[in-house]
Design a protein around this ligand. Structure first.
Ligand SMILES: [Zn+2]
Length: 84
């Protein structure tokens, strides 16, 4: 994004690089970890113990809100769709 050169060689496989974003290419550490690209960790157990993708999505969202220390908002629009 800032066009700064990174330590990665163009021949290094993207799976072995940090900060490679499909469709955008290699980002430098600063662009990759900037405020719009924060990351959270989800423990493997949560993923393995939750076969339902939608339920997993909701658990990940909860982890996100908990990590930010803000209460998870209830989205009435979605509730309406599923209770119809
Ligand atoms: Zn950059």
């Amino acid at each position: 994004m800032c066009s700064k050169l990174t330590d990665y060689d163009i021949t290094t496989h993207i799976d072995l690089r940090h900060g490679y974003v499909e469709g955008m290419g290699q980002l430098c550490f600063s662009c990759y970890t900037g405020s719009s690209r924060n990351s959270i960790s989800v423990d493997e157990r949560t993923i393995m113990d939750t076969p339902n993708d939608m339920e997993l999505g909701s658990k990940i969202r909860r982890v996100f809100y908990e990590s930010r220390g803000i209460p998870m908002p209830k989205d009435p629009k979605w509730e309406k769709i599923f209770t119809r």
